[in-house]
Structures are given as structure tokens and as C-alpha cells.
Write a protein that binds this ligand. Structure first.
Ligand code: GLN
Length: 424
């Protein structure tokens, strides 16, 4: 089978997944078409058969939340930070400089535990920025479709927080970083043992499968439809599922199946775990371009309103909570490194995409299939880091306060401190 092929990094990745699982078992035994998304219908929901849907319908509570599609409102103006945004031409130059600098990087390997992802051209590299006014600046392969994978978790979470509220999601799933790989069974076990939320948080697989299970709907088909339409609305166009990726992932997702049933055993997933897993796998198989992703991120940057269609997809409060989750866990166990170096919320997917958001200013998406050991695109991380730095986008950009002369003095052990009364 193709998924047994062992590239240097991919092989490590696969082996690492297995060993985490084994360790967990030991521990366990010890203890843009502005209007199209509004009218577009998902013609079929293959994979969610009638019988499953009927079974789910019977098992679901009868309370149904209001319709998911947002109503059109004027977009809030994006807040201006203290540092002015560079012009579109300057951003274009920054994007091109980053692409030129990093396109020759050969580190990393395509994900190989999902066979369809191993075949994607490793050379593809695209970077797109969507600005506050909806303008797109892009370079490279920004129209190449790829599987959104884990970045979909952001939009399913947006749906759930919008439907149930931030407090309920915190209570039902948890919001703390696991510090473990995205598909860690060990994290589920440790949380359960420590009387924390077994699902961890909505951006790891356990939490994301739980997120899907909790989206209010009368049937599995409706649940999928609501998640998919939310993704479409964020993107401002009707997205489609890459059926090859979906089939490939369905045929090989035994580890995620283990997680789903483990969560059922801890009564976190109360419905049919295989249905939640199927919808989760389907959302991961949605095909996007770097341009789509940047538009989806710009909607979050803009407080939940798509800057091009002007549709309010989720509330500013929901968008803020989703961005907070991206900041604390968007790149899994290497999120700390990311935040330390780059300082903006981001989310990666094993398809090679990374989406980063500078709230109130812009979103940037980069796509390049080869991944590091944690499953994050190597070139996409570097490109985004460089552009966020060039635009002074870090949310932790500390600056002297108030313009006082004392504020601009370099800190030094040899410089005598001014009396506190003279401090700004
Ligand atoms: N569908 C993938 C999985 O569940 C998503 C993982 C990812 O992108 N990090 O393994």
C-alpha cells in the first residue's frame, strides 16, 4: 500500500503515530461569487447514507438552532492598529521576496499517512493575503487546489461557538493546549486521568471530532450541510469535497476511528462516533486554494463578516474565541515556537496549508505540501513568518508607550533608572 512508503520525514511521522498510540495503550491499561453560497445547494452528501441519517435523526435531541446562513449586514471597518499597513504594492513585493527566498527550501515531506496527499506535487508554493477591504495580493500557486485538512477545524468550531456559545464549548470540549501531536491518544488518556476534558481542545483531532458531534442538527446529513455551508460562507464561494482525498482518508483513518470510539467510551461523544468521524473526514477533504483560505481568514480578521460578500457569518465574539484557540494550539505541539517567533494566531493542515490572521488587519495563507515533524508546512511557516515581520503584524509588538523620551532609552543595567514619578 502506498501509505506504507517511508520517506525520511513521512516515515518518521507514521512511526511516531504508531508509537504514541502504543504508549497511550500502556498508560490506559495502567489507568468568490458574492451571492453563490447563499443559494448554492450541496446536491448530495455522499457517505452519509439514508439509514445512517435516519438512525442519527432518531438519536438527536429535538432542539434545533436557528438557520445557519448569515444575514447580510454591512461589514465593520477593520480596526487600524498603531502601525500603518503597507501599500498593496509593498505587500506584493514582500510576498514575492518571501517566495523567492523560500522556494528552494527542500526540507520536509508530504504527509504520507493519507495516500492521496503523498502524491501532491511537492514543488507547489503559493502565498495569498486578503486585506481589510477584501483586496487580494498573491504570488505563486495560489489557485492550486489542495485539501484543507485540519484548517477545517477552525470553521467547524466557528459554527459550534456561534450556535452554542463560547462557555458551552469550553465546558463540553475544553480549550487548553495538549502539547501533544494532533492525533494523540495519549493526550485523551492523560486528560481523562487528570479529570480534564478528554477531548482536549477543538483544534486537535479528538476535540474536532467532538466539535462535529455537537453541532446541532436533526441528522448527520444536516450536520454536514451546516458545517459545509459555514465553510462556503467564510470563503465567499461554494467549495467542493475532493472525493479522492475523502476516499483515501476514509480507507486509512483507523487511528482517528480509535480516538472517536475512545471518546464514546468516556461519554464525550454520545451519538454515533462513526458518523462524527465521517463528517470530520469529509470536512478535512474540502478542497481550497491559498486564495480561498486567505479569504476565510480575512473573515475572521474582520470579526466574522466576509469583507467581500459583506455577509456576517459569525459574531465578532465568536471570531475572537476562535482566534484565541488558533493562538494557543493552531500548530499543535510546536505552537509555542510559532507564537514566540511570529506572534499571530494560525492554523495548519497536513495538506500543506497554513492560515494566519492579524486581527483587524489582514489574513495570510500559504500552501506548500512538504511538512515538518509536527505536520506543519515548512515553506508556509517561513513565508508567513517573514511577511508578518515585514508588516509588523505580531500581536505582541511591544513599543515604548506615550512617546516620552525615557521610553525610547535602551534598557541597560548601567543606565540609571529615572525616578518613578517621571516614568510615562
Ligand atoms: N484529516 C487529518 C487527520 O485527521 C487532519 C490532520 C491535520 O491536518 N493535522 O489526520
Amino acid at each position: 500500500m502506498t501509505n506504507k512508503a517511508k520517506g525520511p520525514s513521512g516515515g518518521i511521522m507514521k512511526a511516531r503515530f504508531v508509537s504514541r498510540f502504543a504508549l497511550a495503550s500502556v498508560i490506559a491499561s495502567a489507568t468568490f461569487s458574492a451571492a453563490c453560497h447563499n443559494t448554492a445547494q450541496e446536491p448530495t452528501t455522499p457517505g452519509i447514507g439514508e439509514s445512517t441519517a435516519a438512525r442519527v435523526q432518531a438519536a438527536q435531541p429535538t432542539t434545533i438552532s436557528p438557520p445557519t446562513m448569515p444575514t447580510a449586514v454591512s461589514p465593520p471597518a477593520m480596526a487600524q492598529g498603531s502601525v500603518a499597513m503597507p501599500s498593496q504594492a509593498e505587500i506584493q513585493r514582500m510576498l514575492e521576496a518571501a517566495r523567492t527566498k523560500y522556494e528552494s527550501v527542500t526540507e520536509g515531506k508530504n504527509a504520507d499517512y493519507i495516500p492521496a496527499l503523498a502524491k501532491v506535487d511537492s514543488k507547489l508554493f503559493g502565498i495569498a493575503v486578503v486585506l481589510a477591504n477584501g483586496e487580494v495580493v498573491e504570488t505563486g500557486d495560489t489557485n492550486a487546489p489542495f485539501a484543507i485538512e485540519s484548517i477545517s477545524k477552525v470553521f467547524a468550531l466557528s459554527r459550534l461557538i456561534e450556535d452554542k456559545g463560547a462557555a458551552d464549548v469550553e465546558k463540553a470540549i475544553g480549550v487548553n493546549a495538549t502539547g501533544q501531536p494532533f492525533n494523540s491518544v495519549l493526550a485523551v488518556e492523560l486528560n481523562q486521568m487528570n479529570k480534564e476534558h478528554p477531548a482536549g481542545n477543538p483544534l486537535v483531532n479528538a476535540g474536532a471530532i467532538t466539535t462535529v458531534a455537537l453541532v446541532p442538527a436533526r441528522s448527520g446529513a444536516e450536520r454536514w450541510d451546516r458545517i459545509k455551508k459555514t465553510m462556503d460562507a467564510f470563503a465567499g464561494r461554494q467549495l467542493s469535497v475532493d472525493e479522492e482525498v475523502y476516499k483515501s482518508e476514509t480507507a486509512t483513518n483507523t487511528h482517528n476511528r480509535g480516538i472517536a470510539y475512545l471518546l464514546q467510551s468516556y461519554e464525550v461523544i454520545k451519538g454515533d462516533p462513526s458518523e462524527a468521524l465521517d463528517i470530520y473526514t469529509r470536512e478535512c477533504s474540502v478542497s481550497v486554494t491559498a486564495r480561498d483560505l486567505a479569504m476565510m481568514g480575512a473573515t475572521l480578521a474582520n470579526g466574522g463578516t466576509n469583507p467581500v460578500t459583506h455577509q456576517r457569518i459569525v459574531s465578532p465574539d465568536t471570531a475572537s474565541h476562535v482566534l484565541a484557540m488558533m493562538m494557543t494550539g493552531g500548530l499543535y505541539e510546536t505552537t509555542g515556537t510559532w507564537v514566540y517567533r511570529v506572534g499571530v494566531p494560525a492554523k495548519s493542515g497536513v495538506g500543506g496549508g497554513i492560515l494566519a490572521v492579524v486581527p483587524g488587519k489582514y489574513a495570510i495563507a500559504a500552501f506548500s505540501p512538504p511538512l515538518d515533524k509536527a505536520g506543519n508546512s515548512v515553506r508556509a511557516q517561513r513565508a508567513i513568518e517573514s511577511i508578518v515581520q515585514d508588516t509588523s503584524g505580531s500581536l505582541f509588538a511591544a513599543r515604548p508607550m506615550g512617546g516620552s523620551p525615557t521610553a525610547t532609552k535602551p534598557a541597560s543595567g548601567t543606565t540609571p533608572r529615572k525616578p518613578a514619578t517621571q516614568a510615562p
